[in-house]
Design a protein around this ligand. Structure first.
Ligand code: NAD
Length: 483
């Protein structure tokens, strides 16, 4: 298993170049240099992948559930045995610290395969008894060929979060990772070959979103699209797929609030708030980017957050003491910087960070930014309304519970929210009224893979996770038997 210079598509069980023979450059954000190439795939490659998946579907969907289980567990084992290779590839491709990819991203990719391999064996369906006359039961059957499209921020983690339930439920898959982070998806193709996954069951097509991704969404052979990415791309995908009556799961952007009440466990809140602000450079859809602290502790909180933020070490992804690595691309760094300038125009004061960092030696052209804390912005300004997806948080005080709710719910997004309070009644009251698909109380990103995962409002439609994912990837059919 190895990260190679020329990444290949994985179609019908083989590693192949794009039909056109063209490759695109893959940069590592750690140095800004090209270090590998990936296929510039298009409709012809997607068509081959869909045909291979269609041919593989009868065999895979009719296989003993135990067969699917064993193969998926084997893939997880291979990822585990090669943890270091995968984690290093993820760090170089995305700019995130190896300390994160080796403890979060890659272990979670293994768990995704193991969790859904097991969950599918436990998957039940409903029956509805009409007393004295009939029994209804629901069959949940695989859809056929499904499309899975994922983003760059948690590359293999989110790629496998879709692929694993789709395969476990008996579907065959055509999947595309982000063009910014293709390497671990390529390693996954090697793992599938080593595990003996039958040809065509999983096909991985590399390439650009508007070309290869669009071809997956448009292809009449894909019956469902599971997409994670930006809200604008989600809208575009919905416009294409909805008239074709494809099932759609859209996990989109966020602008998540953290609400900190005076009665919180201050020390634990500080530790977790620093994580929720700057983990993965703030490039996690669940990061809390708007932080509201109750007035009596606001100044203490602000000063402590600034102090701890300034201690974070920005450095190369493979260095052991790096807290924040490189941002994923030059374009993304410039986008984040443009929001920092905008914040000042909108009346915000940057309390720390926001400047370019240079870890020195060969890393001077990488995309490094010091994490920023901004104060003094009104709720309705663009900096507080639009997703920045970088190491930037905006902080503000509030007085009452009602005001905190209004602030928290005051954006078009509704992915997650975090509450810090020791008052159980208040936590329940707030949770009931928060417009978010996920509410964390006195914790952040504590994940149980059985729970529904997703957002409301412009953060998407549908839920992933546990039974929700298995339901999405199956077609319910009611059978009514009169007796
Ligand atoms: P993006 O929308 O630019 O790209 C996501 C994927 O879609 C990529 O693989 C891309 O190639 C593909 N794509 C682009 N255009 C396409 C098209 N026309 N048809 C089909 N596919 C297309 O998003 P990104 O910049 O890679 O990721 C960052 C975004 O993802 C942020 O908004 C973040 O909040 C969101 N995100 C959401 C969740 C969640 O669970 N809600 C999780 C992680 C990231």
């Amino acid at each position: 298993m190895s990260a190679e210079k020329y990444i290949k598509n994985y179609i019908n069980g083989a590693l192949v170049p794009a039909v056109s023979g063209d490759y695109l450059e893959n940069l590592t954000p750690s140095t800004g240099e090209v270090y590998s190439y990936f296929p510039d795939s298009g409709p012809a490659d997607v068509d081959q992948a869909v045909k291979a998946a269609q041919e593989a579907f009868p065999g895979w969907s009719n296989a003993e559930p135990r067969t699917r289980f064993r193969l998926m567990m084997r893939i997880a084992d291979i990822i585990e045995q090669n943890l270091e290779v995968y984690a290093k590839a993820e760090a170089l491709d995305s700019g995130k610290p190896f300390t994160m990819s080796s403890t979060v991203d890659i272990p979670r990719a293994q768990s995704n395969f193991r969790f859904f391999a097991t969950a599918a064996l436990q998957f039940g369906s409903e029956s509805h008894h009409m007393a004295g006359s009939a029994i209804n039961y629901t069959l949940r059957q695989p859809l056929g060929v499904v499309g899975c499209i994922s983003p760059w921020n948690l590359p293999l983690y989110l790629f496998t979060w879709k692929i694993a339930p789709a395969l476990a439920a008996g579907n065959t898959v055509v999947a595309k990772p982000s063009e910014l982070t293709p390497m671990t998806a390529f390693l996954l193709s090697q793992a599938c070959i080593e595990a003996g996954l039958p040809a065509g069951v999983l096909n991985i097509v590399h390439g650009l979103g508007p070309k290869a991704g669009q071809a997956i969404v448009e292809h009449p052979g894909t019956k469902a699209i599971s997409f994670t990415g930006g809200t604008k791309t989600g809208q575009h995908i919905a416009r294409t797929a909805a008239p074709m009556f494809k099932k759609l799961s859209l996990e989109l952007g966020g602008k998540n609030p953290n609400i900190i009440f005076t009665d919180c466990d201050f020390d634990e809140m500080m530790v977790q708030t620093l994580r929720s602000s700057f983990s993965n450079n703030g490039q996690i859809c669940l990061c809390g980017s708007r932080i509201y602290a109750q007035r009596p502790i606001y100044e203490r909180f602000r000063d402590e957050l600034v102090k701890r933020t300034q201690f974070l070490k920005v450095g190369p992804p493979l260095a052991k003491d790096t807290d924040l690595g490189a941002l994923v691309s030059k374009a993304h760094m410039e986008k984040v910087q443009s929001y920092l300038s905008l914040a000042e125009v909108e009346g915000g004061k940057i309390l720390c960070g926001g400047t370019v960092a240079n870890p020195g030696s060969t890393y001077e052209n990488g995309y490094y930014l010091r994490p920023a804390v901004i104060e003094g912005l009104p709720i309705d300004c663009r900096t507080n309304q639009e997703e920045i997806f970088g190491p930037v948080v905006s902080i503000a005080p509030f007085d009452t519970e009602a005001e905190a709710l209004e602030l928290a719910n005051g954006t078009p997004y509704g992915l997650s929210a975090t509450l810090w309070t020791q008052d159980v009644s208040r936590a329940h009251r707030m949770a009931e009224h928060l417009q978010a698909g996920i509410v964390w109380v006195n914790c952040w990103m504590l994940r149980d893979l059985r729970t529904p995962f997703g957002g409301m409002k412009q953060s998407g439609i549908g839920r992933e996770g546990g039974q929700e994912a298995l339901r999405f990837f199956t077609e319910p059919k009611n059978v009514c038997v009169k007796y």
